[in-house]
Design a binder for this molecule. Structure first.
Ligand SMILES: *Cc1c(COP(=O)(O)O)cnc(C)c1O
Length: 398
């Protein structure tokens, strides 16, 4: 299936076939090209490859056939012209900023983004002349107020972590167009199976492939998806020079993950919906954040923008840190780990882990209380998850 054919197939077909080019061995499954460099038929071919006159592989920091298959498959699924794979989700964000921005440029980001992204913007990129302002995800007047003449990028995650707030992509696209800014969306929580930000007006999609794209908690990786000029030339130009590229082995794991992405995202969403609904009725549970619930402030918007509500649920328990930790320490089946997007359900205390580096004031501003617990709902039997949480809630205090 050549790259140009890809556009004519449906999502489920692209997920299992896009980007595959069989070798002369006629393999059915995609091979892993564990080769750091590639050979040339002659000195003149080497020269032509290096000058860019002739396309083709040179060295795996630049291109690798297994990585290319993952990139083309993800680009087809996101509806982007082009994608580049990176060593991690964080290096996807770094490569996007380094490839597309210059010293003196300004970023406006939603305040509820992944904690390490906040640190990258405010502690590292700031040292190189890139300033970032943070605004609440759904306060569009605040986004507008924060935009300056030198603002080049609007950056957000939707739904947000761990509160699952949903951004209105129509409003954000209008804002980006009006101020001539790039709209960059980290599509980690939904993946292209549930939401396609590029079709909604975003310029760039970021992925931590570590999460749902792998889906089985094995490898760390990331990707940037967008148009040929910005992603294929400028972001790729940074990557091939600076080097945080994806290994062929990891690319193979991720491209196999893409094959079952739609099935998994449906199963995660179904279980999360059932668990969120159940949690609302548990004594000692105060508030449940899940876009699929009627009580969620952007429930209708999420229903328009997403084909399902995803696998992340957060909830508050009565009390503070001690009560939240008691629930977490009480689970027997669910894994206590900060990772998300795994087939196995995971439980986290955001205030002391993923958002632990924020100041108390920042956490209060973002609404991340000491009594908040985040679940990344897996695909186990939902009755077993309920039973596990029930006994964790009921555990007598020490
Ligand atoms: C995990 C995560 C990242 C960072 O990805 P890594 O693969 O851990 O580098 C970025 N954004 C979101 C939303 C994430 O959950």
């Amino acid at each position: 299936m050549s790259h140009s054919d890809d556009r004519n197939y449906g999502f489920d077909t692209l997920a299992v076939r896009a980007g595959q080019r069989r070798t002369d061995e006629q393999e059915q499954s995609e091979p892993i090209f564990l080769s750091s460099s590639f050979t040339f038929a002659s000195a003149s071919q080497a020269a032509a490859r290096f000058s860019g006159e002739e396309p083709g592989n040179i060295y795996s920091r630049f291109t690798n056939p297994t990585v290319r298959t993952f990139e083309e498959r993800l680009a087809a699924m996101e509806g982007g012209e082009c994608s580049v794979a990176t060593a991690s989700g964080m290096s996807a964000i770094l490569a996007t900023c380094m490839g597309l921005l210059n010293a003196g440029d300004h970023i406006v980001s939603s305040s509820g983004v992944f904690g390490t992204t906040v640190n990258l913007f405010s502690k590292i990129l700031s040292r190189f002349g890139l300033e970032t302002s943070f605004v609440p995800l759904t306060d569009y007047a605040a986004w507008e107020r924060a935009i300056r003449p030198e603002t080049r990028m609007l950056y957000l995650e939707t739904p947000s972590n761990p509160l699952t707030e949903v951004a209105d992509m129509e409003q954000m696209t209008a804002l980006a167009r009006a101020h001539d800014c790039l709209l960059v969306v980290d599509n980690c929580f939904c993946t292209p199976a549930l939401q396609k930000p590029l079709a909604q007006g975003a310029d760039i999609v970021i992925h931590s492939a570590t999460k749902y794209l792998d889906g089985q908690g094995r490898c760390v990786g990331g990707a940037v998806v967008g148009d040929r000029q910005r992603v294929g030339e400028e972001v790729f130009g940074f990557l091939r020079t600076a080097g945080p590229t994806m290994s062929a082995f990891n690319a193979w794991v991720f491209l196999k993950g893409l094959e079952t992405l739609q099935l998994r995202m449906r199963a995660h969403s179904e279980n999360a919906m059932a668990l969120a609904d159940w949690l609302q009725h548990q004594p000692g549970v105060r508030r449940v954040n899940y876009p699929g619930l009627q009580s969620h402030p952007q429930h209708a918007l999420a229903g328009r923008q997403q084909t399902a509500y995803g696998g992340i649920v957060s909830f508050e328990v009565d009390g503070g840190r001690a009560e939240a930790w008691r629930v977490i320490d009480g689970v027997r089946l669910i894994s206590i780990t900060a990772n998300l997007g795994d087939l196995k359900t995971t439980i986290t205390h955001p205030a002391s882990t993923t958002h632990g580096r924020l100041s108390d004031q920042e956490r209060r501003d973002y609404g991340i209380g000491e009594n908040l617990i985040r679940l990344s709902v897996g695909i186990e039997d939902v009755a077993d998850l309920q039973m596990d949480l029930e006994q964790a809630f009921g555990r007598p205090s020490a």
